[in-house]
Design a protein around this ligand. Structure first.
Ligand code: SF4
Length: 157
């Protein structure tokens, strides 16, 4: 991703900081993690399923992964109908290194959820600090809305 996009935001530098943050988070979450079934169920959303929320920086990092975003993204998404994350590749994450805090701290097994939530909140505050330093807009939106909003910023709309 170029750093001279219309928004003037240094996205490359901000995303590098975010990826370093993710590596630290992975170290911290390890002892609170539960077994993952790796069936992609937590990456499929709808009215009766938990939704993934994203900061602008997390959404930008996902878009910058350069993956094709499928038809479930943004406009095609309806909260009333189940819809998969556009980065889900079969049953596994297609952008694992860039998956969001919510992806890293959510497990179907609720054991130790409080501890994971505390880590989630701590790292979310750190992302806010990066965003403030880099002049990145602040929001926390459902996945598809966040991708749409950041896509518009990157397109200079
Ligand atoms: S980014 Fe990856 S882990 Fe997160 S919801 Fe999408 S497919 Fe699942």
């Amino acid at each position: 991703m170029s750093s001279d996009l219309p928004s003037g935001i240094r996205w490359d530098a901000a995303i590098a900081d975010l990826l370093a943050l993710y590596r630290r988070l992975d170290g911290d979450i390890g002892r609170f993690a539960r077994r993952c079934r790796a069936d992609g169920e937590c990456c499929r959303f709808g009215s009766d399923r938990p939704m993934l929320y994203l900061t602008a920086l997390e959404a930008a990092a996902m878009i910058a992964a350069g993956c094709h975003i499928g038809s479930s993204a943004a406009g095609a998404f309806s909260p009333a109908a189940p819809s998969a994350c556009p980065f889900l590749d079969g049953d596994i994450c297609g952008i694992r290194e860039r998956r969001a805090i919510g992806c890293r701290t959510f497990f179907c097994d609720p054991t130790l959820e409080e501890e994971r939530r505390a880590i989630h909140e701590r790292y979310l505050r750190e992302i806010r600090n990066i965003e403030a330093r880099m002049g990145i807009p602040v929001f926390y939106l459902p996945l598809h809305e966040a991708l749409d909003a950041v896509g518009n910023i990157l397109a200079g709309k």
